[in-house]
Ligand binder design. Structure first.
Ligand SMILES: NC(=O)c1ccc[n+]([C@@H]2O[C@H](COP(=O)([O-])OP(=O)(O)OC[C@H]3O[C@@H](n4cnc5c(N)ncnc54)[C@H](OP(=O)(O)O)[C@@H]3O)[C@@H](O)[C@H]2O)c1
Length: 299
Protein backbone atom coordinates (compact mmCIF):
# COMPACT_ATOMS: atom_id res chain seq x y z
CA UNK A 1 0.00 0.00 0.00
CA UNK A 2 0.99 3.61 -0.60
CA UNK A 3 0.13 6.37 1.87
CA UNK A 4 0.14 9.98 0.66
CA UNK A 5 0.29 12.83 3.19
CA UNK A 6 -1.17 16.30 2.81
CA UNK A 7 -4.08 15.17 0.64
CA UNK A 8 -6.24 18.15 1.60
CA UNK A 9 -3.63 20.31 -0.13
CA UNK A 10 -3.38 20.91 -3.87
CA UNK A 11 -0.25 18.82 -4.47
CA UNK A 12 -1.10 15.92 -2.16
CA UNK A 13 -4.67 15.87 -3.47
CA UNK A 14 -3.48 15.61 -7.08
CA UNK A 15 -1.01 12.87 -6.19
CA UNK A 16 -3.72 10.87 -4.44
CA UNK A 17 -6.08 11.24 -7.41
CA UNK A 18 -3.33 10.19 -9.82
CA UNK A 19 -2.36 7.11 -7.81
CA UNK A 20 -5.99 6.04 -7.47
CA UNK A 21 -6.17 5.95 -11.27
CA UNK A 22 -3.27 3.48 -11.48
CA UNK A 23 -4.60 -0.02 -11.98
CA UNK A 24 -4.03 -2.40 -9.10
CA UNK A 25 -2.72 0.29 -6.79
CA UNK A 26 -3.76 0.31 -3.12
CA UNK A 27 -3.45 3.89 -1.94
CA UNK A 28 -4.79 5.86 0.98
CA UNK A 29 -4.58 9.52 1.80
CA UNK A 30 -3.50 11.05 5.08
CA UNK A 31 -4.19 14.55 6.26
CA UNK A 32 -4.17 16.62 9.42
CA UNK A 33 -7.93 16.90 8.96
CA UNK A 34 -8.42 13.21 8.04
CA UNK A 35 -11.36 11.48 9.71
CA UNK A 36 -9.46 8.22 10.21
CA UNK A 37 -11.75 6.38 7.78
CA UNK A 38 -11.52 7.41 4.10
CA UNK A 39 -8.53 9.61 4.92
CA UNK A 40 -6.16 8.70 7.71
CA UNK A 41 -5.53 11.25 10.41
CA UNK A 42 -1.89 12.40 10.18
CA UNK A 43 -1.13 15.67 11.92
CA UNK A 44 2.59 16.45 11.70
CA UNK A 45 2.18 18.68 14.76
CA UNK A 46 0.94 15.68 16.77
CA UNK A 47 3.61 13.01 16.23
CA UNK A 48 1.63 10.29 17.97
CA UNK A 49 -0.93 10.37 15.12
CA UNK A 50 1.70 9.53 12.53
CA UNK A 51 2.89 5.98 13.13
CA UNK A 52 -0.67 4.69 13.05
CA UNK A 53 -1.36 6.72 9.90
CA UNK A 54 1.64 5.10 8.18
CA UNK A 55 0.89 1.53 9.32
CA UNK A 56 0.92 -0.94 6.46
CA UNK A 57 2.50 1.50 4.00
CA UNK A 58 5.31 0.06 1.93
CA UNK A 59 5.73 3.43 0.23
CA UNK A 60 5.05 6.83 1.77
CA UNK A 61 4.65 9.98 -0.32
CA UNK A 62 5.68 12.63 2.18
CA UNK A 63 4.37 16.04 1.04
CA UNK A 64 6.15 18.84 2.86
CA UNK A 65 4.11 21.00 5.26
CA UNK A 66 5.97 24.25 4.96
CA UNK A 67 3.54 26.95 6.00
CA UNK A 68 5.00 27.76 9.43
CA UNK A 69 8.15 29.08 11.11
CA UNK A 70 11.24 27.01 10.32
CA UNK A 71 11.49 25.46 13.78
CA UNK A 72 7.90 24.24 13.48
CA UNK A 73 8.51 22.78 10.02
CA UNK A 74 11.67 21.02 11.22
CA UNK A 75 9.77 19.48 14.14
CA UNK A 76 6.97 18.37 11.78
CA UNK A 77 9.28 16.83 9.25
CA UNK A 78 11.48 15.19 11.88
CA UNK A 79 8.34 13.58 13.32
CA UNK A 80 7.37 12.21 9.90
CA UNK A 81 10.81 10.66 9.37
CA UNK A 82 10.73 9.06 12.82
CA UNK A 83 7.21 7.73 12.37
CA UNK A 84 7.95 6.32 8.92
CA UNK A 85 10.88 4.41 10.40
CA UNK A 86 8.73 3.24 13.34
CA UNK A 87 5.96 2.06 11.03
CA UNK A 88 8.38 0.03 8.89
CA UNK A 89 7.85 2.02 5.68
CA UNK A 90 10.27 0.71 3.04
CA UNK A 91 10.49 3.69 0.69
CA UNK A 92 9.78 7.38 1.32
CA UNK A 93 9.30 9.87 -1.51
CA UNK A 94 9.73 13.43 -0.25
CA UNK A 95 8.56 16.57 -2.09
CA UNK A 96 11.46 18.98 -1.62
CA UNK A 97 12.66 22.17 -3.31
CA UNK A 98 14.65 22.52 -6.53
CA UNK A 99 18.32 23.45 -6.68
CA UNK A 100 17.80 26.89 -8.27
CA UNK A 101 15.93 27.82 -5.06
CA UNK A 102 18.91 26.80 -2.91
CA UNK A 103 19.41 30.29 -1.47
CA UNK A 104 15.77 30.98 -0.64
CA UNK A 105 14.95 31.00 3.06
CA UNK A 106 12.41 28.22 2.47
CA UNK A 107 15.27 25.93 1.37
CA UNK A 108 16.50 25.54 4.94
CA UNK A 109 13.73 23.19 6.09
CA UNK A 110 13.88 21.19 2.86
CA UNK A 111 17.60 20.60 3.00
CA UNK A 112 17.40 19.73 6.72
CA UNK A 113 14.67 17.20 5.91
CA UNK A 114 16.71 15.71 3.07
CA UNK A 115 19.62 15.22 5.51
CA UNK A 116 17.31 13.56 8.06
CA UNK A 117 15.93 11.26 5.39
CA UNK A 118 19.43 10.32 4.25
CA UNK A 119 20.12 8.88 7.70
CA UNK A 120 16.86 6.95 7.94
CA UNK A 121 16.51 3.15 7.69
CA UNK A 122 14.45 3.13 4.48
CA UNK A 123 14.98 3.95 0.82
CA UNK A 124 14.46 7.56 -0.15
CA UNK A 125 13.66 9.47 -3.33
CA UNK A 126 13.82 13.25 -3.23
CA UNK A 127 11.60 15.12 -5.67
CA UNK A 128 13.11 18.58 -5.75
CA UNK A 129 10.10 20.53 -6.96
CA UNK A 130 10.53 23.76 -8.86
CA UNK A 131 8.68 26.91 -7.87
CA UNK A 132 5.00 26.75 -8.74
CA UNK A 133 3.66 28.78 -11.68
CA UNK A 134 1.13 30.16 -9.19
CA UNK A 135 3.94 32.20 -7.63
CA UNK A 136 4.54 34.05 -10.91
CA UNK A 137 0.79 34.34 -11.44
CA UNK A 138 0.32 35.92 -8.02
CA UNK A 139 3.04 38.48 -8.81
CA UNK A 140 1.24 39.32 -12.04
CA UNK A 141 -2.06 39.65 -10.21
CA UNK A 142 -0.52 41.89 -7.53
CA UNK A 143 0.65 44.29 -10.25
CA UNK A 144 -2.49 44.08 -12.36
CA UNK A 145 -4.39 47.06 -10.88
CA UNK A 146 -1.38 49.32 -11.51
CA UNK A 147 -1.17 48.08 -15.07
CA UNK A 148 -4.88 48.72 -15.58
CA UNK A 149 -4.69 52.23 -14.13
CA UNK A 150 -1.37 53.47 -15.51
CA UNK A 151 -0.09 50.97 -18.07
CA UNK A 152 2.83 50.07 -15.78
CA UNK A 153 3.40 46.66 -14.21
CA UNK A 154 5.58 47.11 -11.12
CA UNK A 155 7.25 44.11 -9.49
CA UNK A 156 10.32 43.49 -7.30
CA UNK A 157 12.09 41.15 -9.70
CA UNK A 158 14.79 43.38 -11.16
CA UNK A 159 15.98 41.92 -14.44
CA UNK A 160 15.76 38.41 -13.00
CA UNK A 161 13.69 35.58 -14.35
CA UNK A 162 12.20 32.75 -12.31
CA UNK A 163 11.87 29.16 -13.54
CA UNK A 164 8.41 27.94 -12.67
CA UNK A 165 6.49 24.72 -13.20
CA UNK A 166 2.86 23.60 -13.21
CA UNK A 167 2.03 21.92 -9.90
CA UNK A 168 0.01 19.26 -11.73
CA UNK A 169 3.16 18.25 -13.62
CA UNK A 170 4.94 17.80 -10.28
CA UNK A 171 2.05 15.59 -9.18
CA UNK A 172 2.41 13.52 -12.36
CA UNK A 173 6.08 12.86 -11.52
CA UNK A 174 5.25 11.94 -7.93
CA UNK A 175 2.58 9.51 -9.10
CA UNK A 176 4.91 7.77 -11.51
CA UNK A 177 7.81 7.55 -9.06
CA UNK A 178 5.58 6.31 -6.23
CA UNK A 179 3.88 3.68 -8.42
CA UNK A 180 7.22 2.41 -9.72
CA UNK A 181 8.77 2.43 -6.25
CA UNK A 182 5.82 0.39 -4.97
CA UNK A 183 6.16 -2.14 -7.82
CA UNK A 184 9.88 -2.46 -7.10
CA UNK A 185 9.33 -3.01 -3.38
CA UNK A 186 6.69 -5.66 -4.07
CA UNK A 187 8.77 -7.37 -6.79
CA UNK A 188 11.76 -7.52 -4.45
CA UNK A 189 14.31 -6.68 -7.16
CA UNK A 190 16.26 -3.56 -8.00
CA UNK A 191 14.68 -0.36 -6.69
CA UNK A 192 15.16 2.08 -9.54
CA UNK A 193 14.32 5.27 -7.60
CA UNK A 194 16.10 4.42 -4.35
CA UNK A 195 18.72 7.01 -3.38
CA UNK A 196 17.79 9.25 -6.30
CA UNK A 197 17.23 13.01 -6.26
CA UNK A 198 15.32 14.49 -9.18
CA UNK A 199 15.52 18.19 -10.01
CA UNK A 200 12.03 19.06 -11.25
CA UNK A 201 12.76 22.60 -12.32
CA UNK A 202 10.39 24.47 -14.59
CA UNK A 203 11.51 24.53 -18.21
CA UNK A 204 10.43 28.15 -18.72
CA UNK A 205 11.49 31.19 -16.79
CA UNK A 206 9.44 34.36 -16.46
CA UNK A 207 10.56 37.83 -15.43
CA UNK A 208 8.96 41.26 -15.10
CA UNK A 209 8.94 41.91 -18.85
CA UNK A 210 7.30 38.54 -19.54
CA UNK A 211 4.58 39.19 -16.96
CA UNK A 212 4.00 42.69 -18.37
CA UNK A 213 3.59 41.16 -21.83
CA UNK A 214 1.05 38.63 -20.52
CA UNK A 215 -0.89 41.44 -18.85
CA UNK A 216 -0.72 43.59 -21.98
CA UNK A 217 -2.20 40.74 -24.00
CA UNK A 218 -5.00 40.28 -21.46
CA UNK A 219 -5.82 43.99 -21.42
CA UNK A 220 -5.35 44.50 -25.15
CA UNK A 221 -3.10 47.53 -24.66
CA UNK A 222 0.58 48.26 -23.99
CA UNK A 223 1.96 47.64 -20.52
CA UNK A 224 5.56 48.33 -19.52
CA UNK A 225 7.52 46.71 -16.71
CA UNK A 226 8.97 48.80 -13.89
CA UNK A 227 11.35 47.07 -11.49
CA UNK A 228 10.86 48.19 -7.91
CA UNK A 229 13.34 47.39 -5.12
CA UNK A 230 12.35 44.43 -2.90
CA UNK A 231 12.25 46.79 0.10
CA UNK A 232 9.51 48.81 -1.54
CA UNK A 233 7.36 45.66 -1.61
CA UNK A 234 7.45 45.28 2.19
CA UNK A 235 4.36 47.40 2.99
CA UNK A 236 2.26 45.17 0.73
CA UNK A 237 3.39 42.13 2.77
CA UNK A 238 2.20 43.60 6.07
CA UNK A 239 -0.91 41.43 6.27
CA UNK A 240 1.03 38.18 5.88
CA UNK A 241 2.35 35.93 8.61
CA UNK A 242 5.81 37.29 9.53
CA UNK A 243 7.59 34.14 8.25
CA UNK A 244 5.76 34.44 4.93
CA UNK A 245 6.82 38.06 4.48
CA UNK A 246 10.42 37.02 5.09
CA UNK A 247 10.18 34.23 2.52
CA UNK A 248 8.69 36.64 -0.03
CA UNK A 249 11.48 39.17 0.41
CA UNK A 250 14.00 36.33 0.10
CA UNK A 251 12.39 35.33 -3.19
CA UNK A 252 12.48 38.87 -4.58
CA UNK A 253 16.14 39.29 -3.56
CA UNK A 254 17.04 35.98 -5.22
CA UNK A 255 15.19 37.02 -8.38
CA UNK A 256 16.94 40.40 -8.48
CA UNK A 257 20.26 38.57 -8.05
CA UNK A 258 19.39 36.40 -11.05
CA UNK A 259 19.59 33.18 -9.05
CA UNK A 260 16.18 31.66 -9.76
CA UNK A 261 16.67 30.64 -13.38
CA UNK A 262 17.33 26.91 -13.63
CA UNK A 263 20.10 25.55 -15.82
CA UNK A 264 18.86 21.96 -16.04
CA UNK A 265 15.82 19.88 -15.16
CA UNK A 266 14.89 16.21 -14.85
CA UNK A 267 11.27 17.06 -15.66
CA UNK A 268 11.42 15.94 -19.33
CA UNK A 269 12.43 12.45 -18.20
CA UNK A 270 9.01 12.12 -16.55
CA UNK A 271 6.60 14.46 -18.32
CA UNK A 272 6.43 14.31 -22.11
CA UNK A 273 4.66 17.64 -22.60
CA UNK A 274 4.96 19.87 -19.54
CA UNK A 275 2.09 22.38 -19.24
CA UNK A 276 3.17 25.74 -20.73
CA UNK A 277 3.44 27.93 -17.63
CA UNK A 278 2.83 31.07 -19.67
CA UNK A 279 -0.69 29.77 -20.42
CA UNK A 280 -1.34 29.09 -16.73
CA UNK A 281 -0.26 32.60 -15.78
CA UNK A 282 -2.25 34.11 -18.66
CA UNK A 283 -5.39 32.21 -17.58
CA UNK A 284 -5.11 33.64 -14.06
CA UNK A 285 -4.48 37.15 -15.40
CA UNK A 286 -7.34 36.94 -17.91
CA UNK A 287 -9.77 35.86 -15.21
CA UNK A 288 -8.71 38.69 -12.89
CA UNK A 289 -8.77 41.24 -15.73
CA UNK A 290 -12.37 40.28 -16.52
CA UNK A 291 -13.23 40.80 -12.84
CA UNK A 292 -11.54 44.22 -12.78
CA UNK A 293 -13.35 45.31 -15.97
CA UNK A 294 -16.70 44.24 -14.48
CA UNK A 295 -15.93 46.22 -11.32
CA UNK A 296 -14.97 49.30 -13.34
CA UNK A 297 -18.13 49.01 -15.46
CA UNK A 298 -20.26 48.78 -12.31
CA UNK A 299 -18.71 52.06 -11.24
N1 LIG B 1 7.47 24.55 -4.88
C1 LIG B 1 6.75 25.61 -4.53
O1 LIG B 1 6.66 26.62 -5.24
C2 LIG B 1 5.98 25.60 -3.25
C3 LIG B 1 5.19 26.71 -2.96
C4 LIG B 1 4.45 26.68 -1.79
C5 LIG B 1 4.53 25.58 -0.94
N2 LIG B 1 5.31 24.53 -1.26
C6 LIG B 1 5.42 23.35 -0.38
O2 LIG B 1 4.69 22.30 -0.99
C7 LIG B 1 3.71 21.77 -0.06
C8 LIG B 1 2.50 21.31 -0.83
O3 LIG B 1 2.05 22.38 -1.62
P1 LIG B 1 0.51 22.59 -1.89
O4 LIG B 1 0.45 23.45 -3.06
O5 LIG B 1 -0.21 21.31 -1.90
O6 LIG B 1 0.09 23.44 -0.60
P2 LIG B 1 -1.38 23.60 0.00
O7 LIG B 1 -2.41 23.30 -0.99
O8 LIG B 1 -1.44 24.91 0.68
O9 LIG B 1 -1.37 22.50 1.12
C9 LIG B 1 -0.67 22.72 2.32
C10 LIG B 1 -0.13 21.43 2.81
O10 LIG B 1 0.43 21.57 4.13
C11 LIG B 1 0.00 20.43 4.87
N3 LIG B 1 -0.02 20.68 6.29
C12 LIG B 1 -0.20 21.84 6.93
N4 LIG B 1 -0.20 21.66 8.24
C13 LIG B 1 0.01 20.34 8.44
C14 LIG B 1 0.13 19.52 9.58
N5 LIG B 1 0.07 20.02 10.82
N6 LIG B 1 0.31 18.20 9.42
C15 LIG B 1 0.36 17.67 8.20
N7 LIG B 1 0.30 18.40 7.06
C16 LIG B 1 0.10 19.71 7.21
C17 LIG B 1 -1.36 20.16 4.36
O11 LIG B 1 -1.66 18.86 4.68
P3 LIG B 1 -2.97 18.42 5.48
O12 LIG B 1 -3.86 17.87 4.45
O13 LIG B 1 -2.48 17.39 6.41
O14 LIG B 1 -3.52 19.64 6.19
C18 LIG B 1 -1.16 20.36 2.86
O15 LIG B 1 -0.56 19.27 2.26
C19 LIG B 1 3.46 22.93 0.90
O16 LIG B 1 3.00 22.45 2.16
C20 LIG B 1 4.83 23.56 1.00
O17 LIG B 1 5.65 22.88 1.95
C21 LIG B 1 6.02 24.51 -2.40
Amino acid sequence: MIVVTGVSGALGGSILTGLRAVEGMAVIGASSSGDGEAVRHADFDRPRTLEEAFTGAKVLVFVSAGYAEDDVVLARHGAVVGAAAGAGVEHVIYTSLAGSSERLTIALAHRWTEARLAGAPFDVTVLRNGLYAEIAASLALAGLPGAVDGGVFAAPLGAGRVSVVARVDLAVVAVRVAAEAWHDVVAGGERRHAGRTYELEGLSAVGGHDLAAIIAEALGRPVTYAAVPPGAARPALAGMEPYQAGHSISMYANAVAGLLEAKRSDLPAFVESPRPVRDLIAAAVNQAAVGLSAEAAAG
